[in-house]
Write a new protein. Structure first.
Length: 101
């Protein structure tokens, strides 16, 4: 009998750019985009723990219009049999952490 159980996989990243990349990797593993969620890793609204590239202020000054209050998570429910493949793919996206349960 085939394994039809699901596992929640979570990739924790520092930037919205990295969250978008994690979503791309999940979609490439045949996970439907509406089944993928992006959320703050905490209860605070955040654009990540660092601002990348064009989002960073010139001259290194802190921006006051973007909340930089913590990490971001990309979450999806996947077939338990796909956990190893999805973890490898997400690893290529460069997350801080990948967890599943």
């Amino acid at each position: 009998m085939a394994d039809v159980s699901n596992t929640k996989i979570r990739a924790t990243v520092q930037t919205l750019e990295a969250a978008d990349l994690a979503v791309e990797h999940l979609v490439q593993n045949c996970i439907s985009r509406p089944d993928i969620f992006i959320a703050s890793a905490s209860d605070r609204k955040t654009a990540g723990s660092v601002l990348p590239g064009g989002d960073a202020s010139p001259g290194g000054r802190a921006r006051c219009d973007v909340p930089v209050a913590g990490e971001i998570e990309a979450l999806a429910d996947i077939a338990s049999s796909d956990v190893a493949t999805v973890r490898r793919s997400l690893g290529d996206a460069g997350p801080l952490r990948i967890s599943s349960r």
